[in-house]
Design a binder for this molecule. Structure first.
Ligand code: HEM
Ligand code: HEM
Length: 136
C-alpha cells in the first residue's frame, strides 16, 4: 500500500507535467511553426499534437484532482492531513479552477491577466510539490 501511495504521488506529478507541457507546445508552435512548415514535413504532426493537447488539457486537469484524492486516501485514509500536501493540492485545485473559468466562463478574448495567472501558477505548484516530496 505504501508503494501504491507513493506511486499515485508520481502519477499526479506526471499528469501535472503533461498539463504544463502545453506551454512548450504553444511556444514552439508560435515561434517556430512557420519554419517547421517551410522546412520540414512535421507540420501536420505538430498540428495534430496541438489539437490533441487542446482536447485532453481540461480532462487531464480534472484527472489530476481525482489522482490527488486517491493519493490522499491511500496515504492517510482521510484521517489526518499533511500540511505541505494540502498546500500543493490547494494550489493545483486553484489552477484547475482558473483553467475552467478561462475556458468556459470568460468571454474571448480572455483578459491578459488570466493567461499570466494560468501560466505562472505551475511554477508555484512546482515549488509546493518539491517542498512536499522533500519531506519524505
Ligand atoms: C499536488 C498534490 C500532491 C502531490 C504531487 C504529491 C506527491 C507525493 C509524492 C511523489 C510522494 C512520495 C514522496 C517520496 O516518497 O519521496 C508523496 C508522499 C506522501 N504524500 Fe503526497 N502529494 C500531493 C498531495 C498530498 C496531500 C493533499 C496529502 C495529505 C493530505 C499528501 C500526503 C502524503 C503522505 C502522507 C506521503 C508519504 C507517504 C509514505 O511515505 O508512505 N500528499 N506525495
Ligand atoms: C493542473 C492543471 C493545469 C495546468 C498545470 C495548466 C497549464 C497550462 C499551461 C502551461 C498553458 C499554456 C499557457 C500559455 O499560453 O503560456 C495552459 C493553457 C490553457 N489552459 Fe490550462 N492548465 C491546467 C488545467 C486547465 C483546465 C482544467 C482547463 C479548462 C477546463 C484549462 C484551460 C486552458 C486553456 C483554455 C488554455 C489556453 C489558453 C490560450 O491558448 O489562450 N487548463 N494551461
Amino acid at each position: 500500500m505504501r508503494l501504491l501511495g507513493k506511486g499515485m504521488g508520481v502519477v499526479i506529478i506526471l499528469l501535472f507535467l503533461l498539463e504544463a507541457f502545453r506551454f512548450v507546445l504553444k511556444y514552439v508552435f508560435k515561434n517556430y511553426g512557420r519554419w517547421i512548415k517551410e522546412n520540414t514535413k512535421y507540420h501536420p504532426l505538430l498540428l495534430k499534437l496541438m489539437n490533441l493537447n487542446k482536447t485532453i488539457h481540461p480532462w487531464t486537469g480534472y484527472l489530476t484532482l481525482v489522482a490527488i484524492l486517491i493519493h490522499v486516501y491511500i496515504v492517510t485514509g482521510f484521517t489526518w492531513f499533511n500540511p505541505s500536501g494540502v498546500v500543493a493540492a490547494a494550489l493545483m485545485s486553484a489552477e484547475v479552477l482558473i483553467g475552467f473559468l478561462g475556458q468556459y466562463v470568460m468571454k474571448k478574448p480572455r483578459p491578459k491577466a488570466w493567461i499570466w495567472f494560468h501560466r505562472l501558477m505551475p511554477l508555484v505548484i512546482i515549488v509546493a510539490i518539491l517542498s512536499h516530496i522533500s519531506q519524505f
